[in-house]
Write a protein that binds this ligand. Structure first.
Ligand SMILES: [Zn+2]
Length: 134
């Protein structure tokens, strides 16, 4: 019954998009900062309230067209950063088996097995060769 209610309620509404996710993460950060005593903590507590209201307003907004355009703009502006973060996650998860190099010509991320000593690395994208220690 609650599920049905939520489903009906969320029909035609924006929902929890990437901007809402960012606002939610900032809420948690400011919530922790608000624990600091004094004026700074108080201001952070106020920001938490604003962010909570903003997040819910955004999730429940019925102007889906405008919200999705804002979301698209946000995703476009953070595309490079999110790509770097993704690269970092991939590198980190495979750090024991592989060493990673960036091609000096085309900046492609290249993966080489570890423990092969000094080798010539050939870029899979542009064919450039450069030395590297694995
Ligand atoms: Zn290359």
């Amino acid at each position: 019954m609650i599920r049905r209610f939520l489903y009906n309620f969320m029909q035609g509404r924006n929902g929890f998009d990437s901007v809402a996710k960012l606002a939610w993460c900032l809420t948690i950060v400011f919530m922790l900062l608000s624990l600091i005593p004094g004026v700074f903590g108080f201001v952070c507590g106020f920001i938490v309230l604003v962010l909570i209201v903003y997040t819910w307003w955004r999730v429940c907004s019925k102007n889906v067209y405008k919200r999705s355009r804002e979301n698209a703009r946000y995703l476009e502006k953070t595309a490079a950063l999110r790509m770097r973060l993704r690269d970092f996650k991939i590198r980190f998860s495979m750090r024991k088996q592989y060493k990673f190099f960036t091609c000096p010509t085309c900046h492609t991320l290249l993966r080489v097995p570890r423990g092969k000593g000094r080798i010539q690395i050939t870029c899979s994208k542009c064919g450039n060769r450069f030395p590297g220690k694995t």
